[in-house]
Design a protein around this ligand. Structure first.
Ligand SMILES: NC(=O)c1ccc[n+]([C@@H]2O[C@H](COP(=O)([O-])OP(=O)(O)OC[C@H]3O[C@@H](n4cnc5c(N)ncnc54)[C@H](O)[C@@H]3O)[C@@H](O)[C@H]2O)c1
Ligand SMILES: [Zn+2]
Length: 368
């Protein structure tokens, strides 16, 4: 990996983003980049991965590629297992394999893996180095970047965790080939979220691509662009004191829906639903134009995203009350004013929020 390779973004070629001070490498096959990066260090390392067979296969091939690996530890994951008991299991396994304070933990998997393993590395012996190999679209475009790690509590999503930057992130774009179609599609909700924040270029690119089958999409470039939006915002506000809240567009609703559905609604699907809900809230509070709201909805619909839910609004409203962004007991939302102009810290009357949740059980506006 060459330090001169800043942000190169040519179709089919490796992209390296260094906006956050650590390399984020996007490539079809990141194994050569990982091998170079590991060889340049003399530390022992251990691979921890999601036990999904495709992820495990990749993890093992990475472990074989460079000497110094203590081995591969795999864990059955999924949102239901993103919790303290799994974290304890990871920490115990690190002790069992002989990891010490010099050991680098290399996580492989999706967003659940990056949140959970990143948190385990931050806690292990008060913190060891961590790098992540992302194997889902959510992890590549969003979750593995920016240093937010953690687990869910029974009372709500992501309620325990730490901010801790990884030393490197590798987005293994080839992994998208084995990702179930539903996960790929729902992962696009995070990319679309970034596109609404960024504005026209990325949004128009997705709009143009949306009628085409996924195999024709320029994933490497698209992921590189979504990462740029995230790194630009995180670089300005690492600990979410303000602007980083923008990245929570649609997420107050999403987390409420995920929890109220007992995680039958996956994160990406929750974000798609949350983008409709945030648009509705923006319309109801006079911030967004109907035309732009319908433009977002049409793109979500073309991509086959869920836009309507049967989860009872009262349950979602209750689940939303444990949201981390609450200040002084009040929920705060991120809402679009336009595509490319998003506002954070918006308080809304409970009645308006309940109205929006009621609308979410009905067919999307103007789409029939
Ligand atoms: N920390 C952050 O900034 C941040 C940002 C966005 C999302 N998140 C978190 O990310 C999580 C969601 O991530 P996700 O959608 O990647 O879920 P996930 O990690 O559960 O992966 C989805 C599914 O795909 C499987 N899988 C992973 N890679 C695969 C591959 N290459 N081929 C086939 N199957 C594969 C997994 O086993 C799992 O069943 C949520 O917990 C969310 O809160 C965190
Ligand atoms: Zn998210």
């Amino acid at each position: 990996m060459d330090a001169q390779e800043e942000d190169r973004n040519v179709a089919g070629e490796r992209v390296v983003n260094r906006d956050l001070g650590y390399p984020i490498v996007v490539d079809d096959d990141v194994r050569p980049a990982i091998a170079d990066w590991l060889r340049a260090r003399s530390t022992p390392w251990v691979v921890v991965c999601d036990a999904h067979p495709e992820v495990l296969r990749l993890a093992r091939s990475i472990a074989r590629s460079v000497p110094g690996s203590l081995g591969v530890l795999s864990f059955a994951l999924g949102e239901q297992r993103k919790r303290l008991s799994t974290l304890e299991g990871v920490l115990d396994a690190l002790v069992g394999i002989g990891a010490d304070r010099q050991t680098l933990v290399l996580g492989v998997g999706g967003g659940v893996a990056s949140d959970l393993f990143g948190c385990a590395a931050a806690l292990y012996m008060r913190g060891v180095e961590y790098a992540h190999v992302a194997t889902t679209l959510v992890a590549m475009a969003d979750a593995s970047i920016g240093g937010k790690t953690g687990v869910d509590l029974p009372s709500g999503k992501n309620l325990a965790g730490v901010f801790r930057d990884p030393s490197a992130v590798f987005a293994h774009v080839d992994a998208l080939q084995t990702l179930p179609y539903r996960h790929l599609r729902e992962g696009l909700a995070e990319v679309l979220k970034a596109a609404i924040i960024e504005g026209n270029d990325l949004f128009e690119a997705i709009e143009t691509l949306s009628p085409h089958p996924f195999w024709r999409w320029p994933w490497l470039d698209l992921i590189g662009e979504a990462i740029k939006v995230k790194t630009m915002i995180v670089a300005d506000d690492k600990h979410e004191a303000g602007m980083r809240e923008l990245l929570n567009l649609g997420h107050t609703f999403a987390h409420g829906l995920e929890k109220a559905s007992e995680y039958r609604i996956a994160h990406g699907a929750g974000v798609a639903l949350g983008l409709r809900a945030a648009g509705l809230l923006a319309l109801r509070t006079g911030r967004f134009s109907e035309e732009e709201h319908l433009r977002v909805l049409a793109t979500l619909a073309l991509l086959g995203m869920p836009l309507q839910t049967s989860v009872p609004p009262a349950r979602v409203f209750e689940a939303m009350q444990s949201d981390k962004k609450k200040r002084g007991g009040k929920l705060r939302f991120v809402v679009p004013r336009a595509i490319g102009d998003v506002e954070w810290g918006v308080e809304a009357p409970d009645r308006t929020v309940r109205d929006v949740l009621a609308l979410m059980t009905t067919a999307p506006e103007a789409l029939g």
